[in-house]
Design a protein around this ligand. Sequence first.
Ligand code: NAP
Length: 337
Amino acid sequence: MNAYELVAGKSIDSLRQVERPAKELGAHEVRVKLSAAAINFRDLMIADGNYGIPAGQVVVPLSDGAGEVVEMGSEVVRVKKGDHVIVGFWPRWLDGQIAPEKISAQFGAGPDGTLAEQLVTDENALTIAPAGLSFAEAATIACAGVTAWNALFVRGGLKPGASVLILGTGGVSIWALQLAQAAGLRSIITSSSDEKLARARALGASETINYVKTPEWQDEVKRLTNGRGVDLVIEVGGKGTMKRSIEATRLGGTIVVVGGRAAAEGAAVEPGVLIGGAKTLAGMMVGSRQMQEDLISFIETTGIRPVIDRSYAFADAPAAFRHAAKGAFGKVVIDVG
Ligand SMILES: NC(=O)c1ccc[n+]([C@@H]2O[C@H](COP(=O)([O-])OP(=O)(O)OC[C@H]3O[C@@H](n4cnc5c(N)ncnc54)[C@H](OP(=O)(O)O)[C@@H]3O)[C@@H](O)[C@H]2O)c1
């Protein structure tokens, strides 16, 4: 079968198309003929050697993919031939609280990933794709979609009518915007681009702020919320945005710490602003299969169609990685089938 390999720490330039032998199936394993795979910032971190994978390790990249079940081991019960399935981010985190053994493996970071024509995996790693979505759309769910779901409704615990500040217009953020809109939340979203902010408004953003033109954007968030601040921030900026995000949060509110996309200013967070504001900084890592199934139900009920900035042919995978590195509006997907 055709696949790509990437050398951890050797940059996107190390991506190579290769021919690999098809794997044998174990009793609880399923062969998925992949149709689409999606890129996450994690995959760029692996390429750049910033993800804790030993430099020089060769991986079949990407965690996220969707396709069709073509073969099953003798004991498989969760799926059947012909099912359209999504590959989960944490194959061992099925339900409940996060725990070390549940996050001990992830596709494309050791176990072979989804930038290949086929994936052989334990049946537990799979969920049935939402009815009505294309494979490309379904491929965006497992990492970015589940992260946004967990951040808003599980870790973040938001209720309808609450307010959320979303930073930037990347994969997690646009998923969060779509979920917020569908759930009746008030969403304020930032971007470096007015054109992207116009697209965010078209998706239902309540208010938008250009963080380049308004570098003190936390003041604008406070102004928009009558001085109160938002209930929750989805923090994807990291060191470069954390202090402002905390300031933009209401008394007793939560900052869900998701990522580090902003250039780091290195400014330390003063404990006093959390204590005096009774604010919670909550780290998180994607989510469980149960969260993915809850999200899939929500997608089917609300009719959300995930935003794909661009889909690339398999042969153009390196160009897809470069697009993602520049910063896409929503997701970058690769057509694998
Ligand atoms: N903890 C978890 O569970 C988890 C899961 C998924 C992702 N992550 C992390 O979350 C982050 C986002 O992931 P992603 O896949 O959504 O990334 P992405 O698609 O690559 O996000 C790119 C966008 O980030 C925005 N950005 C960059 N600097 C910014 C700043 N100073 N302020 C606001 N926005 C800024 C830009 O938006 P504009 O172009 O609109 O300016 C850019 O287009 C990454 O650090 C990733 O590693 C964590």
